[in-house]
Design a binder for this molecule. Structure first.
Ligand SMILES: Nc1ncnc2c1ncn2[C@@H]1O[C@H](COP(=O)(O)OP(=O)(O)OP(=O)(O)O)[C@@H](O)[C@H]1O
Ligand SMILES: Nc1ncnc2c1ncn2[C@@H]1O[C@H](COP(=O)(O)OP(=O)(O)OP(=O)(O)O)[C@@H](O)[C@H]1O
Ligand SMILES: [Mg+2]
Ligand SMILES: [Mg+2]
Lengths: 256, 256
């Protein structure tokens, strides 16, 4: 049974999509079977993996509204062991469309159920909000990976996110746990990064990944070529950091 | 009659809040009367101006749900000519609470109406989504200022934002116009920034501000002291850039 990991943080621009793309690609490069799901109407994960929005096709929107399996909307990617469920701009209206519907928080969980045994890891890229799409991801997930930019506004949102997780664990998904907090866009030279990093490590202790992701412009360039960083520039610090993170997750997995 | 400017972009982390705080503070330093409204449940604008969430008080949430004037929730700030309408986490549920309500898109416009003549500029900081809060801001606004990070994912979202603006202009607010696209977090040294900047200037021509905002860690440090950049470090490149932007907007204002 594959592990479902939601990549979530309501603060915008902290590296959710960059982490989903590059962690999934790094695990697939290690020959693990991986599925990534784009639950953000912006569709950055979909285009970051080279699938422009132009083609008319099925997406996560159809799977959720038709209560169908996500397998009905699968796409291949440039990486052998990596499959993608693309996003669609119609996801914007889902929250209103499902008002009043029974079990609307479990739509994604039900659509993922038939697909889980085909993959070892399933990542869900969340939008920057705590609305129905993110709640669906947190109800479908075994764990949540929280990318965190080492800056003040990102720190501020963390307590809100943790409070939401507690509420979800109490009411909708008792099994959910924190996979880890990932420090992203780290610029070792600034005091701000150092200060935030030490505060986070003190507060979250062993729930913070050892691996940190440095600020590296190559990571921001790769999506314009529709490629994960390991296909764009494997020698870059960004690529090495995500390969290291994949190793850390696989070791943690083996320990059980 | 004051000008209402929505600061909007559904892409996360592009500098909406940083621009709202520092542009408003720079105009207030030039003795213009300015009101900033925090329409993002994250409340970064509120805390970035030194008003922690702890105090029990009225917020934008009460003004919108009670159909009261925003003046019923006003706070002072460290800057004489700058007033604030704070956010509240209850704003997260507004979209669901107002489902089916007549004219739900105009709540903010109606709450701002009585306050407009007291200010020359009124800025609305939007959340990273195109949901009801941002639609309310776009229905209340005379113009929209679009902060844009010079990176691929931010570029991708621009066409979606412009399509939404056209739809709002056609159906809900025929008077809305683009104040300008502001290039933020510009790192002159990278090809990516140069490439994105030239594409944007070609596409948007005179609707792109001459002023650009450089990446400057001082801008990211200032919010942890609850201060706009001009009170935290007036000599920094970030402070100078926002003062220059304020001048550009005031000159544009005088030309009519
Ligand atoms: N480590 C890094 N170094 C440099 N740039 C980065 C890094 N990680 C992400 N970026 C860039 O920063 C921007 C924000 O990252 P990304 O889009 O992945 O964040 P997000 O949390 O998914 O945003 P949103 O909240 O809009 O979904 C993107 O332009 C991305 O290319
Ligand atoms: N020019 C700049 N140079 C360096 N850091 C900046 C700059 N502008 C903003 N920042 C920092 O980048 C992060 C994102 O900026 P900000 O929070 O203002 O964006 P936003 O668009 O309001 O995000 P959200 O989508 O979550 O509302 C913040 O930590 C902020 O302090
Ligand atoms: Mg994203
Ligand atoms: Mg903001």
């Amino acid at each position: 049974m594959g592990r479902v990991i939601a990549v979530a943080n309501q603060k915008g621009g902290v590296g959710k999509t960059t982490t989903s793309i590059n962690l999934a690609a790094s695990l697939a490069a290690a020959e693990r079977d991986v599925l990534v799901i784009d639950a953000d109407p912006q569709g950055n994960l979909t285009s970051g993996l080279g699938r422009k929005k132009a083609e008319p096709r099925r997406s996560l929107y159809e799977a959720l509204t038709e209560r169908a399996s996500v397998e009905s909307a699968l796409l291949t990617t440039d990486i052998e062991h990596l499959r993608l469920v693309p996003s669609d701009r119609n996801l914007i209206g889902l929250e209103i469309e499902l008002v009043g519907e029974e079990r609307r928080e479990y739509r994604l969980r039900e659509s993922l159920e038939p697909a889980r045994q085909g993959y070892e890891f399933l990542f869900i890229d969340c939008p920057p909000s705590l609305g129905l799409l993110t709640v669906n991801a947190l109800c479908a997930a075994d764990t949540v990976l929280v990318p965190l930019q080492c800056e003040y506004f990102a720190m501020e949102g963390l307590s809100e996110l943790m409070a939401t997780l507690k509420r979800i664990k109490r009411t909708l998904n008792p099994a959910i746990d924190v996979e880890g907090v990932l420090l992203t866009m780290v610029d070792e030279r600034t005091n701000l990064s150092q200060q935030v990093m030490s505060e986070i490590r003190e507060h979250f202790r062993d729930r913070v990944f050892q691996t940190t992701i440095p600020r590296s412009v190559r990571l921001a360039e790769a999506p314009s070529f529709g490629k994960p960083i390991l296909l764009y520039d494997i020698k870059s610090r960004g690529a090495q950091a995500y390969l290291e993170l994949a190793r850390e997750i696989m070791i943690h997995e083996e320990k059980g």
